[in-house]
Design a protein around this ligand. Structure first.
Ligand code: ATP
Ligand code: ATP
Ligand code: MG
Ligand code: MG
Ligand code: MG
Ligand code: MG
Length: 259
């Protein structure tokens, strides 16, 4: 770059914040005003399956684009992206990492919109905010992901009840009053008794959110001279709706959060 008398504006005024070393970094993005965005695009309530699948497609594209993202977890209008502990992506410069993540995700969201909503015009540009959070060890990053999944469960259980009440003729205010102060057990009973719904039978994507990660799969790389397939393990980006709070998933996928 050419030197000029104006160079000082960069040298003296620009500061790079770097994510601390040896931390798992999470970038969490969240749709801005998606309450309104979901209304004007007539999302099904409480869960529009196509909107969730679109989010999952964007997250898959993120893992395919940025190899240092080892895991992603999404629910509603948010997605968390976990960067590997020792990432040197953009020398861990926070503003670069945040802005790349949020702009790439948003671009894919707009590009893929018509695949999921072929009959719905995109009426407003969707936009997302982003933040970065650093977790110094395996326990805290696991707890972060558990926190998001517990949140998913609590919100989804509430929203399932709320929208069943509204669809059965209650006003939003009345539905809110019915649910005020209720515990999880009460909500399950309400769903069972008033609406014959067993909460555990609701789709796993709604109850568990979506996890995106690389899964080892045997793929045929070529056919040998005798017509036999030659298989090699490959890592393929996968979306699953599974429990990530307990140890089982992590024990079976130790390559994901390897320290
Ligand atoms: P980086 O990712 O580091 O920013 P870059 O390839 O974007 O890399 P820049 O220094 O930002 O590099 O330069 C932008 C490049 O995009 C230049 O090579 C420039 O020729 C090209 N470019 C941008 N806008 C235009 C335009 N309107 N017409 C022609 N070329 C353009
Ligand atoms: P903010 O800009 O502060 O994030 P917000 O309106 O986006 O405000 P959130 O707390 O992020 O508020 O909640 C997301 C909203 O988007 C909820 O109201 C939720 O109902 C709606 N929403 C997001 N995804 C879906 C979906 N797949 N189906 C139905 N509604 C959705
Ligand atoms: Mg939001
Ligand atoms: Mg949100
Ligand atoms: Mg550039
Ligand atoms: Mg550490």
């Amino acid at each position: 770059m050419a030197n000029s008398e104006y160079e000082y504006v960069k040298r003296e005024f620009e500061f790079d914040r770097r994510l601390p070393p040896s931390n798992w970094s999470v970038v969490r993005i969240d749709g801005c005003h998606f309450h309104r965005f979901s209304k004007i695009h007539a999302f099904e309530k409480p869960n529009d399956e196509n909107a969730l699948r679109l989010m999952n497609t964007c997250a898959t594209a993120m893992l395919e684009k940025f190899p240092d993202i080892v895991f992603a977890y999404g629910v509603s209008d948010e997605y968390s992206f976990v960067f590997r502990e020792e990432t040197e992506f953009y020398h861990r410069r926070e503003s670069k990492i945040l802005s790349l993540c949020v702009s790439y995700f948003t671009s894919v969201y707009v590009m893929k919109w018509k695949d999921f909503f072929p009959n719905k015009e995109l009426k407003e540009p969707p936009y997302f905010d982003a933040r970065a959070i650093c977790y110094p060890n395996l326990k805290t990053i696991r707890d972060y992901l558990a926190w998001r999944q517990v949140d998913c469960h609590i919100n989804n259980q509430y929203n399932t009840c709320f929208w069943m009440l509204v669809k059965s003729g209650k006003s939003e205010q009345e539905a809110q009053l019915v649910l005020k102060g209720t515990f999880a057990k009460d909500k399950n009973e309400l769903l069972a008794q008033q609406f014959q719904i067993n909460y555990d039978d609701e789709p796993a994507m709604f109850r568990k959110g979506s996890s995106v990660y690389r899964e080892k799969v045997e793929t045929t790389v070529k056919i040998d001279d005798y017509g036999n397939p030659i298989k090699r393990p490959r890592l393929k980006v996968t979306v699953a709706h599974i429990d990530i709070i307990g140890p089982e998933f992590w024990e079976n996928h130790q390559h994901i959060l390897r320290e």
